[in-house]
Design a protein around this ligand. Structure first.
Ligand code: NDP
Length: 449
């Protein structure tokens, strides 16, 4: 009889957990996975995927307006129905949830649709009360929205609930100025809501290049999004008609219909039984792991947001894959965290890879910055006064590109391809040597002066 029920028990069927389970099973491991919500995790169920679909939905507001300049006759005011968009997006989420489940089942991964907690280094307890043993346990429980507590904070929602709204709110207040805040500010603004963004500091998207975030701030304000900076919540009060009175420091009381909190996500480790197994956490509650995603307990590993390394889906997927290679394919593998491209699907979107200008100046001393500040051809004809900005940062001594940042239509699509060149260590001259593909926005990258 086998010593353990499974070779691997994965807790959490999100991006990292599903990849680790599937690849480990493909290497011949006997695998089980437990998930208390839906298979797919944050990205698929209540994150990247439904968010991007809402971004597409919201963008039609601009497209329909611009279309008239391109000769289209759209009689009357276009009518938007939130319930149709919401239900179609949720149906797509269900479809992907099914596809993920099928993939696991096709690899003979046993799925427990219930919560699992750790009982010891090789033992897991299911919500049903049953215990399962495994040679290895992988924790991939992700992160959960951080909800600050203040008077009336129970009336606010997080990004978990925002995809299920009964109706489109007329007035929205968003707390935070990071990824989720800026993406949903763009979505609600385009769908016709009055949006106010409130942040504790006066910085949006702190980790991005300053010129790029300044451009987003300027465009967002032009679109009618209000910003309240250096403001903290004092209280939220629910009114009889279902709306809310919100007071933040330094501002008048404000009446809104929805309060969305987007002030970061914390590793989901509470109540997981990690202490029972002696797994060490850092001071933010994230599971501490080594370069192979192994915790201080030999049989327990962790990947993805629960380790708070880089909170991005493609990183969790790589960590899950490297875990499977290391543990079940005798191929010790680590993840390269250098030069990870990232994007914010705001209106317009922005994207970046490598060092910001500030970071490059601090680390390298001598840098050269090349910029293109232009209006996309389509925006010119549409009389949309919205300028794109591309910025390349090079090491002045070697000509090597150390950072590339852009805001404008399709910026994330363009940056993904350009990030290959930055990661490969190419120089500005390498870019200059490429003939422009005309007329495109991306050609600006090889014409930078
Ligand atoms: P972010 O970390 O992007 O931004 C957090 C915001 O909340 C910042 O403006 C920060 O202010 C503020 N903040 C942080 N802590 C507090 C606090 N205790 N009280 C009040 N304000 C606070 O978090 P999000 O919630 O927007 O997103 C969570 C994570 O999800 C991101 O880190 C990202 O990795 C991931 N994500 C990625 C997306 C993408 O790739 N496109 C899209 C959505 C999410 P300040 O900067 O002033 O300190």
């Amino acid at each position: 009889m086998a010593e353990f029920d499974y070779d691997l028990f994965v807790i959490g069927a999100g991006s990292g957990g599903v990849r680790a389970a599937r690849v480990s099973a493909a290497f011949g491991a006997k695998v089980a996975i437990a998930e208390e919500h839906k298979v797919g995790g944050t990205c698929v169920i209540r994150g990247c995927v439904p968010k991007k679909l809402l971004v597409y939905g919201a963008h039609f507001a601009e497209d329909l307006k611009d279309a008239r300049k391109f000769g289209w006759k759209l009689d009357g005011k276009p009518d938007f129905d939130w319930a149709t968009l919401r239900d179609n997006v949720l149906a797509e989420v269900d479809r992907i949830n099914g596809a993920y489940t099928d993939t696991l089942e096709n690899h003979d991964v046993e799925i427990f649709k219930e919560r699992a907690t750790i009982e010891g280094p090789n033992s897991v307890k299911l919500a049903s009360g049953e215990t399962r043993t495994a040679k290895h346990i992988l924790v991939a429980t992700g992160a959960w929205p951080h909800m600050p507590e203040f008077q009336g904070s129970e009336h606010a929602i997080s990004s978990n609930e925002v995809f299920h709204l009964e109706k489109l709110p007329g007035r929205v207040l968003i707390a935070g100025a990071g990824y989720i805040a800026n993406e949903f500010a763009g979505i609600f603004n385009k769908l016709g809501s009055k949006v106010t963004l409130v942040n504790r500091s006066d910085v949006i998207l702190r980790q991005y290049d300053q010129s790029i975030r300044d451009r987003l701030l300027q465009i967002s304000m032009t679109k009618g999004i209000d910003f309240c900076f250096n403001a903290e919540f004092e209280y939220i009060e629910k009114q009889e008609d279902g709306s809310f009175l919100v007071k933040v420091t330094g501002e008048e009381e404000k009446e809104v219909d929805l309060i969305l909190i987007a002030t970061g996500r914390r590793p989901k480790t509470e109540g997981l039984g990690l202490d029972a197994a002696g797994v060490a956490l850092d001071d933010k509650g994230a599971i501490k792991v080594d370069e192979y995603s192994k915790t201080n307990v030999d049989s327990i590993y962790a990947v993805g947001d629960v380790t708070d390394r880089v909170q991005l889906t493609p990183v969790a997927i790589r960590e899950g894959h490297a875990f499977a290679e290391t543990v079940f394919n005798d191929n010790p593998s680590t993840v390269d965290y250098d030069c990870i491209p990232s994007a914010v699907f705001s209106h317009p979107p922005l994207a970046g890879v490598g060092m910001t200008e500030g970071e490059a100046r601090n680390q390298l001393g001598s840098v050269k910055v090349y910029q293109s500040d232009f209006r996309a051809m389509k925006n010119v004809l549409a009389e949309r006064n919205e300028r794109a900005l591309y910025k390349m940062i090079t090491d002045a001594d070697t000509d090597r590109i150390v950072g590339l940042h852009m805001i404008g239509p399709d910026a994330p699509e363009i940056l993904q391809a350009a990030a290959v060149a930055v990661k490969a260590g190419l120089t500005k001259t390498d870019f200059d040597n490429v003939v422009a593909l005309h007329p495109t926005m991306a050609e600006e990258l090889v014409l930078l002066r």
